[in-house]
Design a binder for this molecule. Structure first.
Ligand code: NAD
Ligand code: UDP
Length: 315
């Protein structure tokens, strides 16, 4: 049986990955410190006989015997990773060293979920993996952006120096069910605001762009990356459809049938102006591209939040 460790397994992406791996017949060990994840995310499969949960912080060493490590542990929403920026750096640096040390010791393959944030406020569009990025090293987002850049460096150095078998994916904005109601990222914020009849908060003038990938597509990409031999990465994973934040707000307002107003708030510092993945490498090396359209993905996500908010109101 394939024994798999998922760090950050109680988070948004981690919980979907654990569920997929259990469905494929793997024996899954999930570790999480519940900084931004929640037990509700793993509730659907917590009683599965091949699922095991360990409350653990990756900044401390851990020893478990597994065949594969998916290293996701790190808050991903700007409000979460900026809440305790020093901890965010520690999670990325010490956490990745600990997981690489484990991979080296037990000779297991390790995959890191890096991020499109390593491209910063990109000067090249769309962003290919060969682009080195434009990141502010001293800004409010740096704890995450630079933390992930060091995590990538550590992955490559453990690979070159210690022959650790690595895979790196750079994840672009991904959304779907199990994002937290108070997650703070744009898709969940807009849907929750629209469903509650609260004003939709647009930062800046809403002309900045993002590309939104539905969670099931992203998990497919991660699974393909882990199981293939052709490339260690980094490989971009994301949906190349590009939308302004204003377009997203209009779409969500229409799909929820909400008559809510838009309010414009100051743009957070270092907020990237344009973002869209070049996924040529993922197509060529993994035979992967997203299948779920934004409308379809938003419809499923809106259903999830309707159910979640109505359950909250009942209790
Ligand atoms: P999330 O915040 O929902 O999940 C992260 C999980 O890691 C949470 O369960 C959290 O409690 C856990 N965690 C944080 N610090 C930890 C620590 N020190 N020790 C143990 N557990 C810890 O975020 P997500 O969207 O699921 O992101 C998962 C991974 O994917 C992250 O590495 C993130 O950087 C990367 N990523 C996500 C996106 C996206 O759009 N969702 C985009 C780019 C990169
Ligand atoms: N954003 C917004 N309103 C919100 C939340 C986010 O206008 O309530 C904007 C944010 O400024 C950014 C984009 O939406 O330009 C995506 O933000 P998110 O936090 O989801 O992810 P990012 O790509 O910035 O890490």
């Amino acid at each position: 049986m394939n024994r798999v460790l998922v760090t950050g397994g109680a988070g948004f992406l981690g919980s979907h990955l654990c569920e997929r791996l259990l469905g494929e017949g793997s024996d899954v060990v999930c570790i999480d410190n519940f900084f931004s994840g929640h037990k509700d995310n793993i509730r659907p499969f917590v009683a599965h006989p091949y699922f095991e949960l360990i409350r653990h912080d990756v900044i401390h060493p851990l020893f478990v015997e597994v065949d594969r490590i998916y290293h996701l542990a790190c808050p991903a929403s700007p409000i979460h990773y900026q809440m305790n920026p020093i901890k965010t750096v520690k999670t990325n640096v010490m956490g990745t060293i600990n997981m690489l040390g484990l991979a080296k010791r037990i000779r297991s393959r390790i995959l890191l979920t890096s991020t499109s944030e390593i491209y910063g406020d990109a000067q090249i569009h769309p962003q290919p993996e060969s682009y080195w990025g434009n990141v502010n090293s001293i800004g409010l987002r740096s704890c995450y952006d630079e933390g992930k850049r060091v995590a990538e460096t550590l992955m490559m150095d453990y690979h070159r120096q210690n022959k650790v078998d690595i895979r790196i994916v750079r994840v672009f904005n991904t959304y779907g069910p199990r994002m937290a109601v108070d997650d703070g990222r744009v898709v969940s914020n807009f849907i929750v605001q629209a469903l509650r009849g609260e004003p939709i908060t647009i930062y800046g003038d809403g002309s900045q762009t993002r590309s939104f990938c539905y969670v099931s597509d992203l998990i497919d990409g991660i699974r393909r990356m882990m199981d293939q031999e052709a490339t260690i990465g980094p490989v971009n994973l994301g949906n190349p459809g590009e939308f302004t934040i204003l377009e997203l707000a209009e779409k969500i307002a229409k799909m929820t049938g909400s008559r809510t107003k838009f309010v414009f708030k100051p743009l957070p510092s270092d907020d990237p102006v344009r973002r869209r993945p070049d996924i040529s490498l993922a197509k060529a090396k993994l035979g992967w591209e997203p299948k779920v359209s934004l409308e379809e993905g938003l419809a499923r996500t809106i259903e999830y939040f309707k159910e979640t908010l109505s359950t909250r109101n009942r209790t």
